[in-house]
Every structure is written in structure tokens, then in C-alpha cells.
Ligand binder design. Structure first.
Ligand code: NAD
Length: 293
């Protein structure tokens, strides 16, 4: 059976390492990393995400700043707040919680974030640098960065290996494919229009699945011994659970864990890594700004 890639455990280790570094920096130069979070509207799920991010900051000693704007705010108002965080030296990371209200243009808003404080890594210039040979972005998007961190920490060799990324979204699939390529894997991207996805996936030594379809990837899609990173978080009905549902990944865990060499569970795999990488990006930004090694 496959080795379980325990993201919850790794995320805890990463958070502990960050806490140590935050203290070391504060003691040495008196600087505390700061993260600003902008939330527009009152979506319950977004409020929960923002609350969790704030709590995670506090736990490692990162200062958090929050702005809540009403649903009917204008783009200009949001951009005004971004601009003020851009010029605030106590803020090293700025994050605009997505999705934004329908009347706003995501690109206009994300473009307003200084690329040097873009800890989500969603600014087109950061994505562009991620795609270029010999260049590095200021920040790598948190979820794909978390996937790579799991592969590294579990000793999965990437160089020269075949990797398949299922899904090509701007926040997960596309940057994950770029990162694997930068790490010298040979990468294929499987998406909604791909013919014979199972045949292509079966060639992969490394699979990253970020689709949003419960149990799409079956055991017979997987090459024996492959490393599987399952990003999907999908609710499925479960009358036995108190909430009436439970969460499963894009990969059928029961089948895949019999074939794969290593696999992330859902929940407890990639999920906990995302916030840990946000903290890591914020610390990295503060260190870079203050030239602290
Ligand atoms: P998305 O909807 O933006 O993108 C899904 C991608 O999957 C698209 O590129 C599409 O082409 C592809 N796709 C759709 N159907 C397909 C099919 N049948 N076969 C192959 N490809 C198909 O989703 P996203 O934002 O990338 O998120 C994907 C999943 O990851 C979701 O379940 C989401 O909840 C989860 N997610 C988890 C984290 C985390 O762990 N922290 C973060 C972000 C997203």
C-alpha cells in the first residue's frame, strides 16, 4: 500500500519553522512580518477562510491587518485600500480574498497589488516570471507551492520524471505544471477537453490532480509506484456524518492507495499546506524587504 503523505503533519512542522524565524527576525532587527487581507462582501466561506488565515498568522507571530468592505463597494474603493497597503512599510504581504463580487474585474484588482507584496502569487507579472526560464517570481501561488513542498519533504524525485497535472486553473493546475517543469520534470496537462486522460495519467511518475470532480481519477489511471498529490476538495453526501456530507478528493483514494507509491489524503493532505505556504511567503517577503538572511 502507498505511503501516506501527511500534509497536516508537514504543515505543522512548517508553521513551527516559521514561528522560529519570525522570532529570530524580531529579536535581531525588530521587524515583525505583516499580512494584510482584504475581504469584499459577506460570503460565509470567504469569512471563514479569512478568519483561519488571521488565526494562523497570530499563531506564528505574524501581524495581520484586515479590511472588510461591503459587497457593493466600487473597484476604486478596493484599489484605494490596496494602494495604502502597498505603501505601508509594516505590511509585507497583501491578499485579496477571492471570489470578488460579480461587478468587479479580478484583473484590475489583482494588478493593483504590488508584485513585491503579492503573497498569493496571482499578479500576472509573477505568473509570467514563473513561466520564464532563468527567472523567478517574487512569490509562488500557495497551493501549488504546498504540493511541491510535500513532494520535496517526502523525498519524491522530480528531475527527469514524467508528471501529469490534471486541471489547468490559474490558481492551481497551471502554476503547478510550471513548477514541475522548472523542477525538470517532463510535464503533461490533462484538462476537460483531453482525450484518453487515463492513458496519459498512467504514464506519470507524479500526478497532481486539481479538478473539483469527486473520485475522477481511478486506480487504473495510476502507474504502480507513482506519487499522487490530490488537491481536490469535494463534498459528497454522507448520511452517516453529522453534517450530512464528507469531503473527498479528485482521486479515488481507496483504489489509488493500492497502486500508488505515495498519496495525499483528503482532508489532511494539500489543504493544510496552503495556509502554511501563505505564512511562508509573508515571512519571505519581510526577509527580502529587510535583507534579513
Ligand atoms: P477550477 O474549477 O478553477 O479548475 C478546474 C480545472 O479542471 C479546469 O482547468 C478544467 O479544465 C479541469 N477539468 C474539469 N473537468 C475535468 C475533467 N473531467 N477532466 C480533466 N480536467 C477537468 O478549480 P480549481 O480552483 O483549480 O480547484 C480544483 C479543486 O481543488 C477543487 O476541488 C478545489 O476545491 C480544490 N482546491 C483546493 C485547495 C487547497 O487544498 N487548499 C486550493 C484550491 C483549490
Amino acid at each position: 500500500p502507498a505511503k501516506v503523505i501527511d500534509g497536516k503533519l508537514v504543515a505543522k512542522q512548517v508553521r513551527e519553522e516559521i514561528a522560529v524565524e519570525v522570532t529570530r527576525m524580531k529579536d535581531a532587527i525588530g521587524i515583525v512580518p505583516g499580512l494584510a487581507v482584504i475581504l469584499v462582501g459577506s460570503r460565509k466561506d470567504s469569512q471563514t477562510y479569512v478568519r483561519n488565515k488571521k488565526k494562523a498568522c497570530e499563531a506564528v507571530g505574524i501581524k495581520s491587518y484586515e479590511v472588510n468592505l461591503p459587497e457593493d463597494s466600487s473597484e476604486e474603493e478596493v484599489i484605494k485600500h490596496i494602494a495604502s497597503f502597498n505603501s505601508d512599510p509594516s505590511v509585507h504581504g497583501i491578499l485579496v480574498q477571492l471570489p470578488l463580487p460579480r461587478h468587479m474585474n479580478d484583473e484590475n484588482i489583482l494588478n493593483a497589488v504590488s508584485i513585491e507584496k503579492d503573497v498569493d502569487g496571482f499578479h500576472p507579472l509573477n505568473i509570467g516570471r514563473l513561466a520564464m526560464q532563468g527567472r523567478d517570481p517574487f512569490f509562488v501561488p500557495c497551493t501549488p507551492k504546498g504540493c511541491m513542498e510535500l513532494l520535496h519533504r517526502f523525498g519524491v524525485e522530480i528531475k527527469g520524471k514524467r508528471a501529469v497535472v490534471i486541471g489547468r486553473s490559474n490558481i492551481v493546475g497551471m502554476p503547478a505544471a510550471l513548477l514541475l517543469q522548472k523542477a525538470n520534470a517532463t510535464v503533461s496537462i490533462v484538462h476537460s477537453q483531453t482525450k484518453n486522460p487515463e492513458e496519459i495519467t498512467r504514464q506519470a511518475d507524479i500526478v497532481i490532480a486539481a479538478v473539483g470532480v469527486a473520485n475522477l481519477v481511478r486506480g487504473n489511471w495510476i502507474k504502480p509506484g507513482a506519487a499522487i498529490i490530490d488537491v481536490g476538495i469535494n463534498p459528497v453526501d454522507d448520511p452517516e456524518s453529522p453534517r450530512g456530507y464528507r469531503l473527498v478528493g479528485d482521486v479515488c483514494y481507496e483504489e489509488a492507495s493500492k497502486v500508488a507509491g505515495a498519496i495525499t489524503p483528503v482532508p489532511g493532505g494539500v489543504g493544510p499546506m496552503t495556509i502554511a505556504m501563505l505564512l511562508s511567503n509573508t515571512l519571505e517577503s519581510a526577509k527580502r524587504t529587510h535583507k534579513f538572511k
